[in-house]
Design a protein around this ligand. Structure first.
Ligand SMILES: [Zn+2]
Length: 272
């Protein structure tokens, strides 16, 4: 190979290309190692937002200034900028759904879930990421994005997470505490995805989040501080575990409650 390069003076071009590719790979690696503190592209172009939906136009003209109006009506949010505009304090985090590198259990799991399709040309890789957004005070959203590259997959997942934002019911359903403050959940709930079953139970103050690590991240973003849990099934399938956790939180919202329950359990919906 070295002999060929000496022969052709234009070999420098190919050199540059190859170095460019190497740089790109390095960038991807750096991103996968440090998923925190990622800025969105959409945030940089704040001034020129042209809403495409009626809801978006209403938000831009300040007719709607509270996200509860949209969520209580059961309207579907189709533009992520609506959520950006109404909830500027939203934080973004990723769940490590990918495979860990190396032998013998490997190191840290990455946030990219990588899959491949076998074709005549070769293997076509595809990346996906699971993001969630929350304000640590009663609101949470989760989104799963897939793309051929890592960066678009991440952006897609963040966008979808913002569109799926929902309110979480909090309270104190623990018999050992009975403080009527929204630090835990009001009653025990169950969620199922695949073989994984997650049961979340109310816990007294100071317990902390007694759940799997990634689920704990999710619950802390929703503003829940104390919880007990049990899981059944193949809970190391992280994607199904997180989905089951989300379904459990959705059940929290779907359960019908009476006014006396609101008083006794200190149930709060959304922000305090
Ligand atoms: Zn309590």
């Amino acid at each position: 190979m070295t002999v060929e390069k000496k022969k052709f003076p234009e070999a420098e071009k190919s050199k540059l290309e190859s170095t460019g590719e190497a740089l790109a790979i390095e960038e991807v690696k750096a991103v996968s190692e440090e998923p925190e503190g990622v800025l969105l592209k959409e945030e940089s172009t704040e001034s020129d937002w042209k809403p495409k939906t009626l809801l978006g136009r209403k938000v831009k003209t300040k007719e709607i200034t509270n996200i509860d109006v949209i969520l209580d009506d059961g309207k579907k949010i189709l533009e992520s900028r609506i959520v950006d505009e109404l909830m500027p304090t939203l934080e973004v985090e990723f769940i490590a759904v990918g495979q860990s590198k190396g032998k013998f259990g490997g190191g840290k799991r990455s946030i990219w879930r990588q899959t491949q399709k076998k074709t005549a040309e070769g293997n076509k890789p595809k990346f996906s990421a699971l993001a969630f957004v929350g304000n640590k005070n009663g609101y949470i959203g989760i989104g799963y994005g897939k793309a051929k590259e890592t960066v678009p997959a991440r952006e897609k997942s963040i966008r979808k997470a913002k569109l799926n934002i929902m309110k979480i019911r909090r309270g104190c359903g623990s018999w050992a505490c009975n403080c009527k403050a929204p630090h835990s959940i009001p009653f025990s709930v169950k969620g199922k995805c695949g073989s994984v079953i997650v049961v979340l139970k109310p816990a007294p103050k100071g317990t902390g989040l007694v759940v799997e690590k990634e689920c704990a991240k999710l619950l802390s973003f929703a503003g829940i501080k104390d919880v007990h849990s049990i899981t059944f099934g193949m809970s190391r399938t992280k994607l199904n575990l997180i989905k089951a956790c989300i379904y459990a939180l959705q059940e929290l919202n779907a359960t019908k409650i009476k006014e006396e329950n609101v008083r006794n359990l200190g149930i709060v919906e959304g922000m305090v």
